[in-house]
Write a protein that binds this ligand. Sequence first.
Ligand code: BGC
Length: 743
Amino acid sequence: MKRLLITLGVALLSLSTTAIAQDAKPIYLDPNAPIEERIEDALARMTLREKIAIIHAQSKFSSPGVPRLGISELWCTDGPHGIRPEVLWDEWEQARWTNDSCIAYPALTCLAATWNRDCAELYGASIGEEARYREKDVLLGPGVNIYRSPLCGRNFEYMGEDPYLAAEMVVPYVKGVQRQGVAACVKHYALNNEELHRHTVDVDLSDRTLYEIYLPAFKAAVIKGQAWSIMGSYNKYRGSYACHNDRLLNKILKGEWQFDGVVISDWGGTHSTEEAIKNGLDLEFGSWTDGLREGASNAYDLYYMAQPYLELIEQGKVGTEELDDKVRRVLRLTFRTAMNNNKPYGAMCSEAHSEAARRIAEEGIVLLKNENNNLPIATDAKRILVVGENAIKMMTVGGGSSSLKVKYECSPLDGIRRQYEGRAEVVYARGYVGDVTGDYNGVVTGQNLNDDRSAEELIAEAVAMAKDADHVIFIGGLNKSEQQDCEGADRLGIELSYGQDNVIEALAEATDNLTVAFVSGNAVAMPWIDKVESVVQVWYLGSESGNALANILSGEVNPSGKLPFTFGRRLSDYQSHANGATFPNPGKVYYTDDIFVGYRGFEKFKIKPLFAFGHGLSYTTFEYSDLRLLTLNPEIDEATGTINQQVTLTVKNSGNRLGKEVVQLYISDCKASVVRPVKELKGFEKVELNPGESKDITFTISTEDLSFYDETIGDWKAERGKFEVLVGASSADIRLRAKFELK
Ligand code: BGC
């Protein structure tokens, strides 16, 4: 009996320890354990094959995780402007789900044009919520490649020509997204400044230009935004592909910036197993664009970082040190996103998202010209004529990987009609025929834009209607079709296509109340500029396009956007096209424009732009006064490397409407040992003021703001001597200036 009891007791004891053992979570599954411990624990449990599997795709947009260990898959989605529709497992084609329509947010050129960091945070948080709701872990965006040429097909996806502006705007976007437990994947790192030959172009440039112009936005996203992933670009830099480029990835990104996230290849951007292993790529996507169907069977196993990598290890040709580093990074990303138990649930197409899209759109629209207060449209206008294809064409379908399937898109014409319902008659004339297609990867607009009338007939109709209209609004520009702001193809010229200049000229003759509005993400030439009363830069605004534009045209909202890039009069105004420079380039290209990109080039070579960087008008006016410097002789504190300088000024709304002004601070180095730009943007603040109201604005100047990248020491340097601060409403409209001397 006693023996039986003992046996029973032992059995019970061992049962309960088994239960305890089963209950105890391994560290890698414990959400409360420190993330680095979880990573090491998971890594120690993974087989070699599992490690290889986790560093490349298993479908068009996902990587497999470790099913045996319950480590989640990672799901990526485009893109920077809205959540891409679900696609088939191995294809770009949409999967025809019925619950994957999104809100389209304004394209990133518009976000940059808001010059409002809160808008960037709101944007990131809103799109991040949609990504989260759709169970995505990595958002493939934002894009911060610098606007080097107005011909680059993807400029509309980026944040303009100035590294400081792009850097300031990308940080809150990244933070907003990642608060949702979704990683931002900042793209395309780096030097992806043209589209047509993006897979072959081999960029070289001075180190100074690399550091001063092309890297700051990526650096800010990594260091200040703490981005969890970054996308290597297609192009080469100094002979080796950016997706496995030792200097860009190992030395700069992971070395100098201490990036602890994942380098994801652009889709099909990987070209060599050996280079991918050694040169910093962590996660390979898109190498076989048609995956299982057109590739050999099990094409994913043939990825550069799949079977070929495994074979090199098994043959003893490479070790596992690099592999473990890549796996650690992918696990870190997984624990930050897919396996983050504390992330919010997200939301899709909410009212708040529509409002966010509209607010960003309204703040980004730029009023470029407004003679005789032609805008806002007079309140007694009884008949408003809208002319042009972009007033009716859906703009969310097309353009490349940022193409969307939207819940709704309010066209400019619909928005204007809604705005004036019961107040004025809104009539429409086509004006010109541009691109009548409306299909991208199986998403169709359903619009029939065909019109067989000749250009003359269309112009004649518009002109006749303009004669009895109180206000005429021409809405044209580009349209995201091939060579008209589109991935994979660059524009052929800076001029407008489809005979739009002729329509505008004819309308300018017929009316004295002409507004020309451009839906585009690039600068266009305006040979008729002196003949029209108003010009508005509208961008691609997404779902709320029409509502936002109508609010600006009617005056319900006061415009406050400012240009994030310079509008030249002709292509050769841009240094990327000056002095015989070719664009786009199939092979080697040296950036001879150097640091003189955008306004830096216009100012240095005294070229008068059509519209300057930072330009944008309001329906009210602002006065700048009382510039005060904290000190005339700031000093560098050797211990901290900082300087004690502040600039304060007063800005007043001197008109009679509520308005927002973007106060811009530029710095000029009066004398330097190297050639420096005439001035550079180093601060901005957007401030809202009631009529008559004034506010003080203070900028703190850092050593960085005074520095240039000194190639002789491979570091930033602020030289002692005189500097000038210039404060104004645009780069060409400086209202206040003062000098100080750095001791
Ligand atoms: C584009 C990326 C995009 C990826 C996935 C590539 O062709 O360059 O920007 O995120 O495709 O769609």
